[in-house]
Design a protein around this ligand. Sequence first.
Ligand SMILES: [Zn+2]
Length: 330
Amino acid sequence: MFEAPESPLCVLTIHAHPDDEASKGAPTLAKYHDLGVRTVLVCCTGGEEGDLQNPALRNEGGPFHGMTPEEEKQQLARIRPVELARSAQIIGFDQVIMLGYRDSGMAESPPNANPDCFHQASLDEAVGRLVSIIRRERPQVIITYGDDQRGYPHPDHLKVHDISVPAFERAGDDMWYPWAGEPWQPLKMYYSVWSRTRLIAVHEAMLAKLGKSPYDDKWLNRPGQDERITTRIDVASHMYARSGSLRAHATQVDPNESWWFGLDDDELATSYPYEDWVLAKSAVGAPDADVVEIDLFTGIKDVIACEPGQSLPNRLTSPALVGTEVGEPA
Ligand SMILES: [Zn+2]
């Protein structure tokens, strides 16, 4: 028998490496934190294979001055958790949980073969780790990476998607992972999406401001997935979360890189004030094809407000509804 959840609203977002939470969705999560929604970050790897992307840190007096490549790697391993903690604080995550795998490095590179890396992890085992977190944190909304990552097929990013889909389904099923806590069925799952509309808007704003843009033809001609976008969150007043968290990852993000910082927060908010999402699974319905959702919790608040025993929540346990695919080609 389903009981109306007494848990507060919660959104849980799954990322591959420290700094992904800064470059994808930071303003959206900051906004929901400000609205009083509990925000949880699951970071699957420690980012051990990242390189120093900010050459100024090698200058005299910098934390990487005079280091060999091997020393740099060790220094990165020490610094990246600190950067992640700072970034999460700026965005406003209430909880940061490491899934505990090692960074797999780029596709076909030797770290892919490390038995501790995320890429090598058994799917069922990794899904189980995520399920136990979902059951403990009880999010209604899960955010993860999409099923089409051809634009950046990093093995760890692909695996984030691969574990998230079964975790969404198994978290509410007591036949799976009975050791992992009381079942909890999240109600909606969103994919992050590379928005072509946003890229064009930012490109044009950079041309107008700087006379040049870091987006070359390779980017401008890259096929988009904008037709899949179901949900558009207005984040104009939360752009600080993006710029602030990116800067917190000082080893990974060059503060002089126009790719990241060619527009300031206000200019970004003026040129494209949204973050775009794809509703991939829903147990509480989906927007009509001609309607753009403006809230990740649309449909969920009604369920939460439902009295115990009312019929609406019973829909949630229907596997047919939980498995509803939205926005994907038939
Ligand atoms: Zn990453």
